[in-house]
Design a protein around this ligand. Structure first.
Ligand SMILES: Nc1ncnc2c1ncn2[C@@H]1O[C@H](COP(=O)(O)OP(=O)(O)OP(=O)(O)O)[C@@H](O)[C@H]1O
Ligand SMILES: [Mg+2]
Length: 445
């Protein structure tokens, strides 16, 4: 099946947007979801993150500043005890390096939010020269503060400065979105496949293949469409059968009076007029028989996977035995779902037509796009372009003699086109490059 998308306005948009119904409906569900999440997360965390980090940094800086203030109040004897208990209570590791001095200029702090906030808090709450190392360790930060008599060394675990709950929350958000997306995909797929099934059924019906009655499933609208399709198919089938049967009935009933006429003519003698009448009656008989032969095969034959190469070789074999020069070229593996006997009848007629009017016949078969194309060319007189539709009319012959020696009943091309069209294909007549007529039939794969 090939689909054409009309070009023109909105083409760019159409190239970005998925083409399948599934893709489009998912897009409709998921785009607002993602937009909503991104906007709310951004608006919320922009402020929330800043605030939380600022408060955490302030609390660490405040603790350090408290320790420094307390140390000035207790004597050197209790210093070690103070650092230990304060450190335990505040979840810091504190030590003093007496007499040390910090390097003159603090190295530039990195641009991370934590670093910026901590530097600001230390400046505000401690107000002494400091050095910060936030990079050397993955789960802690080292801060060195210049005191009058040495350096206070504080190791701050990262979880005092950093709130991971926000990340967890984002992970939850992404996770649930993914789950939602998966669930939506499954549900949407279930909504879409009845439509696909309907499309396949309609396509197959158009190609004259068997379509079992299928139960409408899915959403109400899809069910309605499927039910309508089922009814339409039944109506069309009934109509086709009725028409074929009616014509067959008429043809059949014509036989009796024809036979009677033949008998009466036989008793009338051999005058020229009577001979002509006999010829006419014989011709009418052939026409009736021709149609009956066609109508009998119609409708009962089931489509089957058929190797068109084999079928063609068979037809050409028969033609060669009757003395026709045929040149056959078939691509590998041309297999299609067709009614083999009907198709054979159609090919036999094309080849026998060509053989009747020409000395050499060329047959090519191959796949063109999603169609199988078979051309039958000859080097005969051809058919003038303005008569090419006429020869498809029933019982139409270009030379009007009705002589059974120079042609058939004139049903061949009518039946051939009918057969090909009932397969969803078409049969057209063109100029052959070899000088005569080209009959080109195309069948959908
Ligand atoms: N290859 C051809 N070259 C020239 N004329 C053709 C060719 N094929 C068909 N025609 C013309 O088209 C007419 C209709 O062809 P069609 O096959 O329908 O009937 P037919 O061959 O006369 O009879 P039937 O096939 O029923 O025995 C033919 O009578 C002939 O005049
Ligand atoms: Mg013919």
């Amino acid at each position: 099946m090939s689909l054409d998308y009309d070009e023109g306005e909105g083409r760019v948009l159409r190239q970005i947007v998925p083409r399948s119904l599934l893709g489009r409906s998912l897009l409709i569900i998921v785009t607002p979801l993602i937009l909503l999440q991104v906007v709310s997360a951004w608006a919320f965390y922009e402020r929330h993150w800043d605030n939380v980090t600022k408060r955490l940094a302030n609390s660490v800086a405040g603790d350090i500043s408290t320790v420094i203030a307390l140390r000035e109040q207790v004597g050197p004897a209790q210093e070690a005890e103070l650092l230990r208990t304060a450190g335990e209570a505040m979840d810091l590791t504190l030590s003093i390096e007496p007499g040390q001095r910090l390097a003159a200029a603090p190295p530039p702090a990195s641009d991370r939010l934590i670093d910026r906030m901590l530097a600001r808090a230390l400046n505000e709450r401690v107000g002494r020269p400091y050095l910060m190392d936030t990079i050397s360790f993955t789960n802690q930060v080292e801060v060195k503060i210049q005191l009058e008599d040495g350096v206070l060394h504080a190791v701050v675990p990262l979880n005092r400065l950093f709130s991971s709950s926000s990340y967890v929350f984002i992970l939850y958000m992404v996770g649930t979105s993914l789950v939602l997306f998966a669930v939506a995909t499954v549900f949407m797929r279930n909504q879409v496949w009845p439509l696909r099934r309907l499309a396949t059924a309609a396509d197959r019906f158009g190609k004259g293949q068997d379509v079992p009655d299928f139960k409408p499933q899915g959403a109400t609208e899809v069910r309605l469409a499927a039910a309508a399709f089922n009814r339409m198919r039944a109506r069309i089938q009934r109509q086709i059968t009725q028409r074929t049967e009616m014509l067959a009935g008429v043809s059949h009933d014509l036989r009796t009076p024809l036979t009677r006429m033949k008998l009466q003519l036989a008793m009338l003698g051999d005058a020229t007029e009577i001979e002509e009448l006999k010829g006419d009656v014989a011709e009418m008989e052939r026409m009736v028989e021709g149609y009956l032969a066609f109508a009998r095969g119609e409708g009962t034959e089931k489509p089957a996977e058929t190797d068109l190469g084999l079928l063609l070789r068979d037809v050409v074999g028969d033609a060669r035995r009757e003395g026709t020069a045929v040149d056959l070229h078939v691509e590998d593996r041309l297999v299609a779902l067709v009614r083999p006997n009907a198709l054979r009848r159609c090919l036999v007629n094309l080849v026998s037509n060509a053989a009747r009017f020409a000395s050499q016949v060329w047959i090519r078969a191959g796949q063109v796009g999603d169609m199988i194309e078979i051309t039958v060319d000859d080097d005969g007189p051809g058919i003038p372009a303005d008569r090419r539709e006429d020869v498809f009319k029933p019982f139409f012959r270009l030379e009007g003699s009705r002589n059974p020696m120079t042609g058939g009943t004139g049903l061949g091309l009518t039946i051939a086109r009918d057969v090909i069209r009932s397969h969803g294909g078409d049969l057209v007549l063109l100029d052959a490059p070899t000088g005569g007529l080209r009959a080109r039939l195309s069948l959908p794969l």
